[in-house]
Design a protein around this ligand. Structure first.
Ligand SMILES: NC(=O)c1ccc[n+]([C@@H]2O[C@H](COP(=O)([O-])OP(=O)(O)OC[C@H]3O[C@@H](n4cnc5c(N)ncnc54)[C@H](O)[C@@H]3O)[C@@H](O)[C@H]2O)c1
Ligand SMILES: [Zn+2]
Ligand SMILES: [Zn+2]
Length: 380
């Protein structure tokens, strides 16, 4: 089958690889109809992870079930399913508490959490390919309703960015009426913006410097803050009577930079401490990693940042972090799409064939204007 394979820094290619197949009786094989490129893929693309050469990337996947293992009960050939980017077993100590981003069964022994096509998240191949092997299929497949095909570009966002944006607001502890500041207007920040709106935020402020992305935030009803035009913290304080937002979300991660493009690894975290009110909550879904040998900052090489802990403590703030437990949210978020209350496809900028993936990676990584979210359709 055809698949997008990692060959090294900024070198991904479409290669012929062995077909995905049933390896355990609890597996299914899905024929991919849509698979997205994610900001998380860019950390690997830029050579800032230890992902191995030869890995098939792609963790935002949906499609039609092609083949079913002998022990699969509820999933049938021909079902339209969306797959959470985390692979869970459903029965380990973490999965049974809903923490499927930290599955102990599917993870590499000694760690927690597994994903398709991802550095450090187990041996699983990604879905930027014609077919994908899905382990523990009864647990992992989210069945889609009859409008699955028609709303495919919405439902595919249930694999990652919509639940991840929701998770950011959950970690931040948002309540109806709260004001919220979100750093990052990439797909994850925009989905946090959509989620905050659905959850009844009174004011959503989104900080970035990409005008096209900020415009999407405005279309969702948020106040866009372009930090290349002035200090974002001051703007948030001015918009919140000098107190700061009730809660804040980090949707950028360890490669956050100033608006000249220089990486400043502690920038978003310290800006959140400054722009969230005393006692406010901060939800961090942007990825931070334990070691980053490719960083140019001595602390960041060791996975550390100079965090304003004194101000954070003095303000009595709370912080929660981590991978989104997609299974905890995707069923209900699917239902919001079905009834028309959420339309996450509004962030899609490019719908391309799988063959175009290498140039799509380049354009998305270069943050070329208008390249907000790329979805790939192997059938095109
Ligand atoms: N926790 C999870 O489960 C999970 C899931 C998916 C993605 N992620 C992570 O979320 C992060 C965002 O993903 P994405 O797909 O939106 O990525 P993206 O790269 O498309 O978007 C990041 C955005 O952040 C902006 N940015 C950079 N520095 C900034 C700063 N200092 N202040 C404000 N904005 C800044 C960029 O201009 C860009 O628009 C990544 O780290 C990704 O790996 C986490
Ligand atoms: Zn993703
Ligand atoms: Zn598990």
């Amino acid at each position: 089958m055809k698949a997008l394979v990692y060959h090294g820094t900024k070198d991904v290619r479409i290669d012929k690889v062995p077909d995905a197949k049933i390896e355990k009786p609890t597996d299914v094989v899905v024929k991919i109809t849509t698979t997205n490129i994610c900001g998380s893929d860019l950390h690997m693309y830029e050579g800032r992870t230890d992902v191995e050469k030869g890995k098939v990337l792609g963790h935002e996947n949906m499609g039609l079930v092609e083949e079913v293992g002998k022990a699969v009960d509820t999933v049938r050939v021909g079902d339209y399913v969306c797959l959470p980017f985390n692979i869970g077993c459903g029965f380990c100590a973490n999965c049974e508490r809903g923490l499927t981003g930290y599955c102990l069964t599917c993870a590499v022994p000694g760690s927690a959490g597994a994903a398709y096509g991802f550095a450090g998240m187990g041996p699983y191949s990604g879905g930027q390919a014609e077919y994908l092997r899905v382990p523990y299929a009864d647990f992992n497949c989210l069945q889609l309703p009859a409008d699955g095909k028609e709303k495919e570009n919405d439902y595919v966002m249930l694999s990652d960015v919509f639940p991840t944006g929701w998770h950011a607001t959950e970690l931040a502890g948002i309540s109806p009426g709260d004001s919220v500041v979100i750093y990052g207007a990439g797909p994850v920040g925009l989905m946090a913006c959509l989620s905050a709106t659905i959850r009844g935020a009174s004011k959503v402020m989104v900080v970035d410097r990409q005008p096209d992305r900020l415009k999407l935030a405005e279309q969702m009803g948020a106040t866009a803050i372009d930090d290349s035009k002035g200090d974002a913290v001051e703007k948030v304080l001015a918009l919140t009577n000098g107190l700061g937002a009730d809660c804040g979300c980090e949707a950028v991660g360890y490669q956050c930079h100033d608006h000249h493009g220089h990486e400043v690894p502690n920038l978003t975290m310290n800006n959140l401490v400054k722009s969230v009110k005393a006692t406010g909550g901060i939800g961090v879904v942007g990825v931070f990693i334990p070691v980053d040998p490719g960083a140019n900052d001595a602390l960041a090489k060791k996975g550390q940042i100079a965090f304003d802990f004194g101000s954070f403590w003095f303000k009595g703030q709370k912080i929660r972090t981590g991978q989104a437990n997609v299974k905890a949210y995707n069923r209900k978020l699917r239902d919001l799409i079905t009834v028309g209350k959420a339309k996450p496809s509004m962030i899609v900028s490019h719908e391309l064939s799988l063959d175009k993936a290498p140039e799509a990676y380049k354009n998305f990584d270069d943050k070329i204007k208008g390249w907000t979210k790329v979805i790939l359709k192997p059938s095109l």
